[in-house]
Design a protein around this ligand. Structure first.
Ligand SMILES: Cc1cc2nc3c(=O)[nH]c(=O)nc-3n(C[C@H](O)[C@H](O)[C@H](O)COP(=O)(O)OP(=O)(O)OC[C@H]3O[C@@H](n4cnc5c(N)ncnc54)[C@H](O)[C@@H]3O)c2cc1C
Length: 311
């Protein structure tokens, strides 16, 4: 077997979503080398599946769809000297400031001075709740369903139950109605609906989505495909069987720090490791993820330039 080739970059950025692209473009303006690895084949991350408008008002002063916003950000990124590596998954990071990367040609290693994780976030799944029952087909997180429908061209069932009332759940509720499906109910364990007011108005109220507050799913029915759920009304203790052929969960997002896990010590993360965008905290709007990436790119480039002055 041939030895794994090692490539060198000043800054390795993992993820080419809104945050990673902005960080790379900003850092490379300062004359440092920045390399962006992303496991998808196109830049933009989650933006590509957000075909609705509502992006870019703060940063560009006009309403765009997610792919349009991504296109604007990519233009700036492509004009910079940053190197973009699509289809490259970073498998691990090591304390000696190297990363093991996998792509279609095999494995390679990157040696870097600083690393920025712009890896986005993960969605909490149904199985993070203590719902009983089997694990039938027809259960998806809201982001997964969005990716399947908007990018994969797949379909779901026609009677949709949505558990959780976060932004992505609300956006998908509207999308399902637009696709001619019935949203039988959106259930929320709290006494109020979640997400941004804009989404509550434009997705839930405008599309008459039935919302049941103070309720949760305690059991899933059907096998091999879901046929219904038990909806538990928290205040009254009453259980109700609701028939559906698709269960969508919108239970919240968590920063994806997987690559950093093994590097964390009692003192925290190594000083060369940084986070931005949803990998740091969940940003409601893309403008905010881009702005944070840009600011971090400048800070990290400054760290490298300062180190150069010292030697
Ligand atoms: C459904 C939905 C609707 C939204 N609606 C709006 C809206 O209307 N208006 C608005 O302004 N904002 C909206 N947002 C928020 C905004 O889109 C996000 O906050 C922002 O795009 C996040 O960017 P990011 O770069 O942090 O992460 P992401 O876009 O998730 O990018 C992370 C990238 O890292 C890659 N990656 C992860 N791990 C690895 C690895 N190990 N190796 C290589 N690559 C890796 C991923 O594949 C991905 O491409 C919405 C978000 C969602 C999910």
């Amino acid at each position: 077997m041939s030895p794994v080739k090692t490539l060198k970059t000043d800054i390795l950025i993992v993820g080419s979503g809104a945050a990673g692209m902005a960080a790379a473009a900003a850092a490379s303006d300062f004359g440092v080398s920045a390399t962006v690895a992303d496991d998808r084949n196109a830049p933009g991350g989650v933006l590509n599946q957000c075909v609705h408008s509502g992006f870019g008002l703060g940063r560009y002063g006009k309403e765009m769809t997610g792919p349009e916003y991504s296109g604007e950000e990519f233009r700036r990124f492509a004009d910079s000297s940053a190197v973009y590596l699509p289809g490259c998954r970073v498998l691990s990071l090591a304390a000696d400031r190297t990363a093991l990367v996998s792509n279609a040609e095999g494995l390679c290693r990157f040696s870097f001075d600083e690393c920025i994780l712009a890896t986005g976030c993960t969605e909490r799944s149904l199985w993070s709740l203590s719902a009983a029952g089997t694990r039938p087909e027809g259960i998806h997180t809201a982001g997964e369903a969005q990716e399947m429908i908007e990018l994969g061209g797949y379909d779901t069932g026609s009677r949709i139950f949505i558990l959780g009332s976060g932004d992505i759940g609300q956006i998908m509720a509207r999308r399902f109605v637009q696709l001619g499906k019935t949203v039988v109910c959106m259930a929320e364990q709290n006494g109020h609906i979640g997400g941004m007011k804009r989404n509550q108005d434009e997705c839930i109220r405008a599309y008459d989505i039935p919302v049941i507050l103070n309720s949760t799913v305690t059991e899933v029915h059907g096998f091999p495909h879901i046929t219904g759920v038990t909806l538990h009304h928290i205040d009254s203790g009453i259980d109700e069987l609701i028939e559906c052929d698709t269960l969508i969960t919108a239970l919240g997002l968590e920063p994806d720090k997987t690559l950093a896990e093994d590097l964390k010590t009692a003192d925290g993360y190594p000083r060369w490791l940084h986070f931005c965008g949803n990998a740091d905290f969940v940003h409601e709007i893309a403008d905010s993820a881009s702005a944070q990436g840009e600011k971090l790119g400048i800070t990290v480039a400054g760290r490298i330039l300062n180190k150069r002055k010292e030697v």
